[in-house]
Design a protein around this ligand. Structure first.
Ligand code: AMP
Length: 568
C-alpha cells in the first residue's frame, strides 16, 4: 500500500469524531490493503509502530525529531521551535516547514515519493530502531531526515507524529476490533465476530497479527491464536469503588461470595516460565528480568510447572525489620542496570502471586478465577519473603471483608482488591471482573506556580499546571506535582484566562507564573520524590475546583503534606 493512501485515511480519521465513521473508514482501508502490508497498516492506524507487547521503540525524542526536521528542511532551531509553538504540534510544524522549505532536500520530489510505501516506512523505522552504539543518535536522525526528504509535506506530518508516538487519530482498540470483524468476518453474527476478534487480540496483544491471521486463515486461524510465552499480554486492571457494599453488589457470585485480597503497593509482575527460561514483565509490558535475578531464582525454586505465565505484585521490604518500603525504593531497582547483586541485598523484594494466565501450554484466561487460583496454588510452594500467595479471603460477609480491609490498612498496605470468582481474566479494565478499594485521600489546596501550554487541539490552553504548597520556613512555595486532569474544556479555558496575565517568564512551551491562583487538588497518594523542590510528588493529581475564597496564607503547608505522607 502506498504511504500516501494511508495519509489520506489519516486525514479522514482526524476529521471525524464519530466512532461509526472511523470504523467504516478503517474497514475500507483494511479491505483495500494488500495482505503483505495489512499488519503494518493495522498498527499504523492505531498510531503504533510495533505491537504493544514488543519492547522495541524508535528511541526518538521530540528533540531528535527536531534535528531531523532541521536536517531535512534547513530551518533553524528557532524557526522550528516557533512553528511548533504556533501550530502546537511537531507534526504540523514539520508539514509547514517542509512546504516552505527552500533547501533541496526538503523539496519534495513527487517522482520519488511515489515509491514510498507503507512497508518502506516500516523498514526505515526498523532501521532507526536498530541503530546502536557510537553515533547511533546521528544515524537515527539522518535516517528519519532521509525519510522526511522522500515524503510530501502531508506525509511528513504523520511520519513525525508516528515517530514520537503522538498520532492522536482517536482510534481506540474497539474501533480497530470492530473494523476487522466487519471486513473479514461479514458472514458471521456481528457480536460473535467482534467477540472472536477481541479474544484474538486479548491473547496476542497485536492487531497486526490478528489482521494478518484473519485475512489469510479466517475464523479458524483466529481461533487457533493462543497466548505465547514471552509475548506479554495486557494486564487486567481494576476500577475504583467507594465502599465494600458496592464491591459485593458488583462482583458477588450466586452464593453472594467474592474474593478479597490485599492490594500491595509494588510492581505488577507478569512472569513467563519455560523450563529454566524465566522472564519478568511489568504492567507496561517492559522486560525487567535482568534487574530481578532474585525473583527469577524464587520462581525457579517455588514454582512446580514446566511452562506457565503467572502474575503478582513484587514489593520491596526493609531487610532489617521486614517492613514494606514505598514503591519509589523499588523503582530504583527497576531503573538500575549495574551492581544488581548489591541493590538486590539492599532492597530485597517479595512477590505476592494472585493469578495464572497459562499453565503447561494451556491458556487459562477463559477459566473462572476460582479455578485459576486452584491451579496457581497447585504449582506454588510458597517461600516467605520470596514468593508467596497474596493474602486472600473468600467470603459472603461484608463485615468479615471489612475486617480484612482494616487489617490490610493496619499492615500499611494500600487497600484491597475485590474479585469475581466466576470471572475470566480480561486484559484491560472492564466492569465485573475486579475492583479496588482504598481510603479516600484528603484534598490539598495548592497554588499554581508554573504551567505548560498543551499540545494539539488544546494548544491555546495552559493545560499542565505545576502546583505548590507553602513553606513557612523559607516563606516560599514548593512544588508537589504537575496536574493535567480533572478539568472540563471550559474550566481549562477559564483557568488559562486567569493564569496568562500572571506569566513572568517563558521558556519554550513552559511558563513561570506569579503564585496567585489557588486550586483544590485530589490525588491518589503522596510519594517522596526528588522531582519537585518540596521533596514530595502527588500521584495522579486532579483538579477539583478553584478556591477563590482562600488567600496565599491558606495554601496548605509543606508540614501538612509531610504529615499526610506519613499517615497515608
Ligand atoms: P491501581 O494501580 O491503583 O489501578 O491498582 C491496580 C494494581 O494493583 C494492579 O495493576 C496491581 O499491580 C496491583 N495489585 C496489588 N495487589 C493486587 C492483588 N492482590 N490483585 C490484583 N492486583 C493487585
Amino acid at each position: 500500500m502506498e504511504y500516501a493512501a494511508l495519509v489520506d485515511v489519516y486525514d479522514e480519521l482526524v476529521e471525524t469524531q464519530s466512532n461509526l465513521e472511523k470504523t467504516a473508514i478503517l474497514a475500507e482501508t483494511f479491505d483495500n490493503a494488500d495482505k503483505d502490508s495489512l499488519g503494518v497498516v493495522a498498527r499504523f492506524c492505531q498510531g503504533r509502530i510495533f505491537p504493544s507487547w514488543d519492547t522495541r521503540d524508535l528511541g526518538m525524542s521530540s528533540s531528535l525529531v527536531k534535528r531531523a526536521i532541521k536536517k531535512d528542511t534547513g530551518a533553524s532551531e528557532q524557526t522550528i521551535d516557533d512553528t511548533w509553538r504556533e501550530t502546537g504540534d511537531l507534526g504540523d510544524a514539520a508539514e509547514t516547514l517542509a512546504s516552505s522549505s527552500s533547501q533541496g532536500l526538503g523539496q519534495f520530489d513527487p517522482e520519488y515519493s511515489h515509491s514510498l510505501t507503507v512497508q518502506d516506512v516500516m523498514d526505515q523505522f526498523e532501521a532507526i530502531e536498530q541503530a546502536e552504539g557510537d553515533g547511533s543518535i546521528d544515524q537515527k536522525v539522518t535516517k528519519l531526515a532521509n525519510l522526511l526528504a522522500k515524503s510530501s509535506p502531508r506525509e511528513a506530518k504523520y511520519l513525525v507524529r508516528l515517530a514520537i508516538g503522538a498520532m492522536r487519530l482517536g482510534v481506540g482498540e474497539g474501533t480497530v476490533r470492530d473494523a476487522l470483524a466487519q471486513t473479514f468476518l461479514p458472514e458471521m453474527d456481528e457480536d460473535e465476530a467482534v467477540a472472536l476478534v477481541e479474544h484474538a487480540y486479548d491473547v496476542t496483544n497485536d492487531f497486526g497479527l490478528v489482521a494478518e491471521t484473519v485475512a489469510t486463515e479466517g475464523i479458524e486461524g483466529l481461533q487457533d491464536l493462543e497466548i505465547e510465552l514471552f509475548r506479554p499480554i495486557k494486564v487486567m486492571l481494576a476500577q475504583k469503588i467507594e465502599s465494600m457494599d458496592e464491591g459485593f453488589e458488583e462482583l458477588a457470585d450466586d452464593d453472594g461470595e467474592v474474593a478479597i485480597e490485599t492490594k500491595y503497593d509494588g510492581m505488577r509482575t507478569q512472569i513467563h516460565k519455560d523450563g529454566d527460561d524465566i522472564r519478568i514483565f511489568t504492567r507496561r509490558l517492559e522486560e525487567v528480568t535482568e534487574q530481578f535475578p532474585d525473583i527469577v531464582a524464587a520462581v525457579e525454586e517455588s514454582i512446580d510447572a514446566e511452562t506457565c505465565i503467572i502474575e503478582g505484585e513484587a514489593v520491596a521490604y526493609d531487610p532489617d525489620d521486614r517492613s514494606m518500603v514505598p514503591f519509589q525504593e523499588l523503582s530504583k531497582r527497576i531503573k538500575r542496570k549495574y551492581d544488581i547483586e548489591e541493590v538486590k541485598e539492599q532492597i530485597p523484594v517479595v512477590t505476592y502471586l494472585f493469578d495464572i494466565i497459562m499453565l503447561d501450554g494451556t491458556t487459562m484466561i477463559d477459566e473462572p478465577l476460582r479455578d485459576r487460583l486452584a491451579a496457581l496454588e497447585s504449582i506454588l510452594e510458597p517461600r516467605e519473603w520470596q514468593l508467596e500467595r497474596a493474602a486472600f479471603l473468600q467470603t459472603d460477609d461484608t463485615e468479615e471483608a471489612d475486617h480484612f480491609y482494616q487489617q490490610a490498612l493496619a499492615n500499611d498496605h494500600e487497600g484491597v482488591m475485590l474479585k469475581n470468582l466466576d470471572a475470566g481474566y480480561k486484559p484491560g479494565s472492564r466492569v465485573g471482573y475486579m475492583v479496588k478499594l482504598k481510603p479516600i485521600m484528603e484534598t490539598l489546596d495548592l497554588v499554581v506556580t508554573r504551567a505548560k501550554w498543551s499540545e494539539g487541539r488544546k494548544s491555546d490552553w495552559l493545560g499542565r499546571l505545576f502546583v505548590a504548597c507553602r513553606d513557612p520556613a523559607t516563606d516560599s512555595f514548593k512544588e508537589v506535582g504537575r496536574m493535567s486532569t480533572g478539568y472540563t474544556d471550559e474550566q481549562l479555558a477559564e483557568l488559562t484566562e486567569r493564569l496568562e496575565p500572571l506569566i513572568t517568564e517563558e521558556d519554550g512551551r513552559e511558563v513561570t507564573l506569579k503564585p496567585e491562583v489557588i486550586l483544590e487538588v485530589a490525588y491518589e497518594e503522596i510519594q517522596e520524590s526528588p522531582k519537585y523542590d518540596s521533596g514530595f510528588a502527588l500521584r495522579f493529581p486532579r483538579f477539583i475546583q478553584v478556591r477563590d475564597d482562600l488567600a496565599l496564607d491558606d495554601v496548605d503547608s509543606l508540614t501538612k503534606v509531610q504529615n499526610l505522607f506519613e499517615t497515608q
